[in-house]
Design a protein around this ligand. Structure first.
Ligand code: BGC
Length: 747
């Protein structure tokens, strides 16, 4: 027989064996789930849908319960949150092992940007536009968390947000669905690793489903009212991307969407998530959100709340106790079928099987492993790299940065210079036995870098908040004695995060006044802005000599900042959100519609879509961020100028590093569909590449434009590409477009 034929038969056989064994494994998992389910009483089934907080750390009102141990022993609890560390998780799991069916507990935690080793807050990390780095940081977090007894992280948060007043912008990836989707997938892959059930994998929980980031007025927990088209086009894509990346669980959200609380929203959870998208994992409610439907005014009491949530597809109740209190009666009253309960329980049990907890409930409880994972110097090295990649250079007048390592005297001034824990940002984890002193402060980072060669003088200058200027005089004195001033200002770490909405997003207190005073010395002033959101800081933007937007960078903050200040790392981050000139511009985002009376500049404001008293442009636009070097764009070439739906265009562009430093550039590709049955945005990010170029080096990079990139949701919510002309723009930010061309989709 010819060799090729034999090879074909061989590979077919192999395929059959492999697919059979996968099928067999899947089948046996489903069978195992069912075999447990068949043994369970209704009370035990409901128990699997019940999640409690451990006795400490909370982001919402804890229901006091003197009988947690008893309930776990009776199989009435399926999961605990805020319970970390091998010792603690083991002790609770031991209690669960005293229950009749010995069904293991799941331990979940908000491991949002690192566990012991803390990484930049997610919005900051998103600024790196570095998917590998983002995945790696989630990988480290999962390695540490799983070694510390955890099975499940309530992350990634993939809510698109265009309102920096909303405190939770810090947890996401910013304003753009394309960038947000790639980052969502990277984070899921990082958390879940190669395979759920591997020792170093934790389940991801994609949150908050859905549209939480569009809360009216940027006020946390507020209502959301949006068109279906906007929901599908802008807010849902990161959730879908996370699902496609294999996300094991979803969390619903506190907001109502068009009048129906997300928790009781069957359209979101049943029709879209479990229906159209075929999600096989389980949905956990947000903290107490089942009960909060009573406050929304959508249900009368806990009984109705439980009915609404379970019917809509919320599988597990986080801390509201309405499932515990009402599900059994709902079944007896024939309001909820046992099939609905069984479906929810199956989903939870399946994950417990996939994690391997039925084989060994203490699988993640190993002190040796915990110790090694929490003290791994490689994790610290990665944290430093990711942190440096997240710092955005907003301004660099006279190329004052990078500073020379031979600078004689440096004044390091500001309320955040010596801060330690602040650098972790909101949503850090209190790891037992680990104190916050393992964080490298900015002061320490500078000492590590140039402490031996430069004199570094310190003055606090002022507090973050308040109007006390009594420290100004000392700060000015210190500045006068120095060659350069570094001023570290911003928010407190807990001014962004859950329930941290702010109507005034200026730099608090008298910090900008301090800058004003320091500038009178005539010394160059490099400002570090520490925060979790885009702030409004026009005075600083217009007058500081240089600005680094440092967000909250985590464990290695000080070292990473020093790396960038002194040029060991050339900044390459780009803003994942538009920075407004004023709160009055919010919501502000680059991919807006043109309107019937477009405003194109700030000069002509008559009867067009502008403000009479404010610029239409952001202070810093989406995709903006400088480097110590310069990049030139040339030779934009399209392989075709007309394509059919089945074809694609190869786009190539040459980027040259024409400056003195090696560096990375994020090359961004935007498209505009000139005429659509639904109005299309003036530009939409459709691709990007982050490339490294040595000084003097040029590289030609390729992008591919296909139907997927040209499609959008039409009036009937079908994903279509409509024939017509498209503008193609390649640039260094959404406003800094360097090269343009156009092409036509012909059928
Ligand atoms: C937050 C969730 C979080 C949960 C558990 C809630 O208040 O909205 O994002 O996962 O608490 O801490």
């Amino acid at each position: 027989m010819p060799r090729k034929f034999l090879q074909l038969v061989g590979s077919c056989l192999l395929f059959l064996i492999v697919s059979n064994s996968i099928f067999a494994q899947k089948k046996s998992l489903a069978q195992k789930v069912d075999s447990v389910l068949h043994l369970m009483t209704l009370d035990e089934k409901i128990g699997q849908l019940n999640q409690y907080n451990d006795d400490h750390v909370a982001t919402g009102p804890i229901t006091l319960d003197n009988d947690k141990i008893g309930q776990i022993k009776r199989g009435q609890v399926g999961s605990l949150l805020n319970c970390v560390g091998v010792a603690r998780t083991r002790s609770w799991q031991k209690v669960a092992m005293q229950s009749r069916l010995k069904i293991p507990l799941l331990f979940g935690q908000d491991v949002v940007h690192g566990y012991k080793t803390t990484f930049p807050i997610p919005l900051g990390e998103a600024a790196s536009w570095d998917l590998e780095a983002i995945q790696q940081s989630a990988r480290v977090a999962a390695t540490e968390a799983s070694a510390s007894g955890l099975h499940w992280t309530f992350a990634p948060m993939v809510d698109i947000s265009r309102d920096p007043r909303w405190g939770r912008v810090m947890e996401g990836a910013g304003e753009d669905p394309y960038l947000g989707s790639l980052i969502a997938a990277a984070r899921v892959k990082g958390f879940q690793g190669n395979h759920l059930g591997d020792l170093n994998a934790v389940m991801a929980c994609v949150k908050h489903f859905a549209a939480y980031g569009a809360a009216v007025g940027g006020r946390d927990y507020n209502s959301v009212d949006m068109s279906d088209r906007m929901l599908w086009e802008t807010y849902l894509p990161p959730f879908k991307a996370a699902l496609d990346a294999g996300a094991a669980t979803f969390m619903n959200s506190f907001n109502d969407l068009n009048g129906v609380p997300a928790t009781g929203n069957a359209y979101l959870q049943r029709t879209i998530l479990k229906g159209k998208w075929g999600f096989k994992g389980f949905v956990v409610s947000d903290w107490g959100s089942i009960g909060e439907m009573i406050n929304h005014g959508n249900v009368k009491d806990g009984y109705e709340a439980a009915l609404s949530a379970i019917t809509a597809g919320s599988d597990m109740d986080m801390e509201s106790r309405n499932y515990k209190n009402s599900l059994a009666k709902l079944v007896t009253d024939k309001k909820v079928s046992i099939a609905i309960i069984d479906d929810a329980v199956r989903r939870v049990l399946l994950k417990k099987f996939e994690l391997g907890l039925f084989d060994d409930p203490f699988k993640y409880c190993n002190e040796e492993r915990e110790k090694a994972a929490l003290n791994n110097p490689e994790h610290v090295r990665i944290a430093r790299t990711v942190a440096a990649k997240s710092i955005v250079l907003l301004k660099n007048e006279n190329n004052v940065l990078p500073l020379s390592k031979n600078t004689k005297t440096i004044a390091f001034i500001g309320p955040l210079v010596k801060a330690v824990k602040q650098n972790k940002g909101f949503w850090d984890v209190e790891v037992p036995g680990v104190d916050s002193e393992h964080i490298v402060s900015q002061w320490q980072g500078l000492q590590n870098k140039v402490g031996a060669t430069s004199t570094i003088l310190y003055a606090k200058g002022c507090e973050i908040e308040g109007d006390d200027k009594s420290g100004f005089a000392e700060a000015i004195e210190v500045a006068k004695q120095s060659d350069v001033v570094i001023l570290s200002i911003g928010e407190r770490r807990d001014m962004t995060g859950e329930a941290k909405s702010r109507a005034n997003i200026g730099i608090p207190g008298v910090q900008e006044d301090l800058l004003k005073e320091l500038l009178t010395t005539g010394k160059p002033v490099v400002v570090l802005i520490n925060t979790g959101r885009p702030l409004v800081f026009n005075y600083t933007a217009d007058h500081a000599t240089a600005i680094l937007y440092t967000w909250w960078l985590g464990s290695e903050a000080g070292n990473a900042i020093a790396d960038v200040l002194f040029g060991d790392v050339n900044p390459s981050a780009k803003l994942p959100m538009s920075f407004p000139v004023s709160v009055g511009q919010i919501p502000i985002y680059y991919s807006h519609f043109n309107t019937g009376r477009p405003a194109t500049d700030d000069k002509n404001r008559i009867y067009n879509s502008s403000y009479n008293d404010l610029s239409i442009f952001p202070k810093y636009e989406f995709g903006y961020g400088k480097s110590y070097t310069n990049f030139e764009y040339s030779k934009l070439l399209l392989s075709k100028k007309k394509i059919k739906q089945t074809e694609s265009i190869e786009v190539s562009v040459t980027i040259s590093n024409t400056g003195k430093y090696d560096g990375d550039e994020v090359v961004q590709l935007y498209l505009r569909d000139r005429v659509g049955s639904i109005v299309r945005p003036v530009e939409e990010l459709k691709d990007f590449k982050k490339i490294f170029l040595k000084s003097g080096e040029s590289k030609t990079i390729q992008f591919k434009i296909d139907k997927q990139k040209l499609s959008f949701y039409n009036q009937q919510l079908n994903w279509v590409a409509e024939p017509g002309d498209f503008d193609l723009m390649v640039g260094s930010s959404s406003r800094d477009i360097r090269l343009k061309d156009s092409f036509e989709l012909i059928q």
